[in-house]
Design a protein around this ligand. Structure first.
Ligand code: FAD
Length: 303
């Protein structure tokens, strides 16, 4: 069996595997691919100490770094179940069962898409998902935020500091964000809120030049000219396969303590699949390190 088995190959998983392997213990990592969401990112400017890099390059760096160590790397595999017996067993979709003394879950998350024409086409060309990452690219430009929940309104307040104008498009008749956030948003001069708006299409040529929405009450079609669209309709953790095994939030995020331990002894978690407050590369890497050290600590106490 492994001492530490990491499930997920994004920044959290790569970091966890490297930290575990550096303890000289039997470490395995199983994932669909190295890099996770990083593969879908163009420019990365907030990985501190690295002024600029690109997603595919960082993903390759993660892999290269992991390969420096004695880590059993199993890619193109998906886990579909977890069970605690004497050891912890992770079942893969191909039917294989991996056994380990401790497991670190780092299966990440995915942004919910609008699934309208133009969204996929203009991803990284004006369509963005992460205001902390891509906000500065829209300095002095007009943007829309789709979604009026807490993350959408937080994004709009954040973006209003750099963009020339921010329009929030909310599908429902009311915003769902906390009222303190709504008050803050309404106090900003360069923001507009449009409720009852169903986004129909993101328009553009080589990059985004606008968004078309339907005014749901009248059924009328409207068009906004702008340079950026931030989609904030939810981040979904990849934890469906853990149903019934350990405690998750209402949103499906794995609940961890300050050592990365989940409610199932010996099982740790890190990165975007957990209830960590913010979802960023540097934060995932940090929590991967925490979970690996937490798992090591657990192991030496439970041998
Ligand atoms: P992920 O990166 O989501 O990796 C999860 C891994 O688990 C993947 O390898 C996946 O294939 C695997 N996996 C999932 N389910 C299973 C399963 N059942 N079995 C096995 N493997 C599984 N952050 C920044 O700090 N700066 C940025 O500039 C930035 N830009 C971004 C741009 C975009 C378009 C997106 C989508 C995100 C961006 N982020 C950015 C956020 C950042 O990418 C994430 O916070 C980070 O990748 C999370 O790392 P993670 O390891 O927790 O999860």
């Amino acid at each position: 069996p492994y001492d530490v088995l990491v499930v997920g190959g994004g920044p959290a998983g790569a970091s966890a595997a490297i930290y575990a392997a550096r303890k000289g213990i039997r470490t395995g990592i199983v994932a669909e691919r190295f890099g996770g969401q990083v593969n879908d990112t163009l420019g990365i400017e907030n990985l501190i100490g690295v002024k600029y890099t690109e997603g595919p390059k960082l993903a390759a760096n993660l892999e290269e770094h992991a390969k420096e160590y004695n880590i059993d790397i199993m890619m193109s595999q998906r886990a579909k179940g977890l069970q605690k017996k004497d050891l912890i067993e992770v079942e893969l979709e191909n039917g294989a069962v991996l056994k380990s003394k401790t497991v670190i879950l780092s299966t990440g998350a995915r942004w919910r898409n609008m699934n309208v024409p133009g969204e996929a086409e203009f991803k990284n060309k004006g369509v963005a998902y992460c205001p902390h990452c891509d906000g500065p690219l829209f300095a002095g430009k007009r943007v829309a935020v789709v979604g009026g929940g807490n993350s959408g309104v937080e994004a709009a307040i954040d973006l209003a500091g750099v963009a020339s104008h921010v329009t929030v498009l909310e599908f429902m008749p009311e915003l769902k964000a906390d009222s303190v956030l709504q008050d803050r948003l309404n106090s900003l001069p360069n923001t507009t809120v449009i409720k009852n708006a169903q986004v129909k299409e993101v328009t553009g040529d080589s990059k985004v030049n606008g968004v078309t929405y339907i005014e749901r009450e009248s059924g009328e079609e409207k068009h906004l000219e702008l340079e950026g669209v931030f989609v904030q309709i939810g981040l979904v953790p990849n934890t469906e396969w853990l149903e019934g095994t350990l405690e998750r939030t209402r949103m499906g995020e794995i609940i961890v303590d300050n050592r990365g331990a989940t409610t199932l002894p010996g099982v740790f978690a890190a990165g975007d699949c957990t209830n960590s407050a913010y979802k960023q590369i540097i934060i995932s890497m940090g929590s991967g390190a925490t979970a690996a050290l937490g798992a090591f600590d657990y192991m030496i106490r439970n041998q």
